[in-house]
Design a protein around this ligand. Structure first.
Ligand code: ZN
Length: 285
């Protein structure tokens, strides 16, 4: 592993304030500001975009194909796809983590911004859930608590502070084939369509998080798209994404830069989480 040694100024400041804020919380000991990632994975994303053979479009057929053929894909990578959407993909194994533990995390961390900051102290500012009572109701299933219960996150992706409304849904609601999910044994899902918080009616992103238990630990597969693409028009307001991107000043160059920054963010936050999650679960579940 190698430490993440470049931290944008805004994220340095965020880390300082998160450290102050978390003081006195029962899980304060899990606040760790040293970020470590495997050197070989870091190398994968520092050599420019992935070749076109690995450009996946945000439609169910392409998504499913990319996961069925996952052994052919690099474990991390990014690209600008079709000139208008940032694409990031990754796969990792988390020893000591299980489907059950990851579900617990997704239903635990959004209760307080301090918990969210454990995940990525330099980048995660806050996360609020639209229906807290439902989110916390232990009589309900994972899906009943998380799906269609908007998480509004504020976080740095690289130096940019972004507000995103995350609409978690079942794979089926997002358009994936239930038979594909079943055949892959993907018992964990935290996939969503997303909108910028300032334009909550415009889907400008699809995020796929699928996981399964394996002998090497929890296998976690992620795919992200942010931008505008005809394939995103299946989600609410996707057709307005080009206008929203223009408002944000996001053209192809900015989107490609975002793809790389999001790739760094994804790699950093999920390796960091994997490092403390089994112990956190033992103490707080
Ligand atoms: Zn994050």
């Amino acid at each position: 592993v190698t430490p993440v040694t470049y931290i944008p100024v805004q994220m340095q400041k965020q880390c300082v304030s998160a450290a102050e804020r978390i003081r006195g919380k029962p899980y304060e000991a899990f606040f760790d500001t040293e970020l470590l990632v495997p050197a070989d994975r870091l190398d994968l994303i520092q050599r420019g975009p992935m070749p076109e053979a690995f450009h996946v479009r945000p439609n169910p057929v392409d998504v499913e194909r990319s996961i069925r053929e996952i052994d052919a894909f690099p474990d991390a990578g990014w690209a600008l796809v079709d000139g208008s959407v940032a694409f990031v993909q990754s796969r990792m194994f988390m020893p000591g983590v299980t489907v059950e533990i990851m579900r617990w995390w997704f239903l635990w961390h959004a209760n307080e911004p301090e918990r969210y900051s454990l995940w990525f102290p330099h980048a995660h500012v806050s996360n609020t859930v639209s229906d807290r009572d439902r989110y916390q109701d232990e009589a309900l299933s994972y899906g009943e608590r998380l799906y269609n219960n908007t998480n509004t996150v504020l976080e740095y992706i690289g130096p940019s502070l972004v507000g995103i409304d995350i609409h978690f849904q079942s794979p089926e609601e997002l358009g994936l084939n239930p038979a594909f999910i079943e055949a892959g044994g993907f018992a964990f899902n935290a996939s969503a369509w997303n909108a910028p918080s300032f334009a909550p009616d415009t889907a400008f992103s699809l995020m796929i998080h699928l996981g399964r238990d394996t002998e090497q630990g929890f296998e976690f597969i992620s795919r992200y798209w942010i931008g505008a693409h005809a394939d995103l028009n299946r989600y609410p307001g996707g057709e307005h994404a080009p206008a929203v991107l223009e408002t944000m000043g996001f053209g192809p160059d900015e989107l490609e830069g975002l793809a790389y920054e999001l790739s760094v963010h994804d790699m950093t936050e999920f390796h960091h989480l994997a490092g403390f999650l089994p112990d956190l679960y033992r103490k707080f579940s």
